[in-house]
Design a protein around this ligand. Sequence first.
Ligand code: CA
Length: 251
Amino acid sequence: MSIINPNAPSPARDRTEPVAKLLVVEDEPSISGFVRRGLMFEGYDVEVAENGRLALESIRDRPADLVILDLMLPEVDGIEVTRRVRAVEATENLPRVPILMLTARDSVADRVAGLEVGADDYLVKPFDFDELLARVRALLRRTQPGTSQRAPELLTFHDLELDLSSRTVTRGGRPIELTAREFDLLALFLRHPNQVLTRTMLMERVWGEDFYGESNVLEVVIGNVRRSLESTDQPRLIQTVRGIGYVLRPT
Ligand code: CA
């Protein structure tokens, strides 16, 4: 158990550790938005390029730790982007950036072509966010073993600690029992302390992108999390921002 000063606002992650920078190349805004939001919530630094030309500029000017690359792109397609990136790396003796391709379900030929020109892995659309996250983590681990180029596993805020690997939560050292949904929701807040999270953002990320409607399920889950966190008269940490959403902030 680490020592926590309850009076000092602590960042949700150790700022001295670099966070992996991911480039998402996708021309379909609904997919790039969904992927970007999800990865940002997981603690990654995410940039989006909406075509192959912009992707090549980004890779040249602002090198990423990993590229998630759709194959069907306007201007320069994903195969050509991969080919050019690998060619530049070879001639300039640069490290290989891992490339995760996104392909359509029926395009086996594209997958083969992508791997042949030097992509590291592929994911078939449509995919679950968790599947994408698992591939991203695996690729980062494989290409940068032993480094901290991954999302942090222990999140803290004041006297609250959340361990992503063991999925346990403590407040002031007291174990907190949460359901899977409640845990995911609290993890989102800890990744974005002092930042207002809208209802839409929270619901999309915790219940999936198709979750819409006027249901009060979010209020119910927030209420449960609050009760668990405040059961020994500890001050409220999740505040309501009326008409917008919620924020993790001391009272
Ligand atoms: Ca596309």
